[in-house]
Design a protein around this ligand. Structure first.
Ligand code: CMX
Length: 134
């Protein structure tokens, strides 16, 4: 069902303040910034080989990322796995009793379709399913 890790999401207070560490100190390839209004975040993608890091800056105090930072501070927020068929993956998880934040796919960054598994249902790790856009 999963084909690879698509990205690791890291909650930050500020993209401007955080990008230099990943781009300049670690030497990752900066792939741009996008606002995902539906999720109330601005995201920056950085690539290392075929793997990606997604920095997440909340755009509102209502953002799930703002709530996460308030409770835990900045740091790893979620792991996203790529799937070939997100509807089939959601249906399988629901059939096996998983608690989905999203029972239908939502729009993610870069034309992807995404759905989150609730961390209470995935051993404390917020888990994203991600189907690449076409
Ligand atoms: N990782 C692990 N646990 C988390 C978590 C995270 N990122 N976010 C919340 N939790 C835990 C909390 O610690 C809390 O646990 P306890 O009850 O033991 O204290 C529990 O989940 C409930 O958390 P909460 O702070 O009360 O927050 P909510 O219930 O309002 O929301 C969640 C939690 C997961 C449903 C919400 O954050 C969500 O819908 N997340 C998915 C969407 C998202 O994160 N979007 C931003 C990224 C977008 C992108 O990548 O494009």
């Amino acid at each position: 069902m999963l084909t690879k890790i698509n990205h690791i999401g890291i909650a930050v207070q500020s993209l401007d303040a955080s990008i230099p560490f990943y781009r300049d100190s670690l030497g990752m390839a900066f792939a741009g910034i996008e606002e995902v209004a539906e999720q109330k975040v601005r995201v920056a993608m950085l690539a290392v080989g075929e793997s990606k890091i997604e920095l997440l800056e909340p755009t509102s105090v209502e953002s799930p990322v703002a709530k996460f930072i308030e409770k835990n501070g900045v740091g790893i927020h979620h792991i996203a796995y790529e799937v070939a068929d997100i509807e089939a993956a959601i249906a399988k998880l629901l059939a096996e009793g998983a608690r989905m934040v999203d029972e239908k796919p939502r729009n993610g960054a870069h034309g992807t379709r995404i759905a989150f598994i609730h961390p209470k249902s995935s051993l404390g790790v917020l888990t994203e399913l991600c189907q690449a856009g076409h």
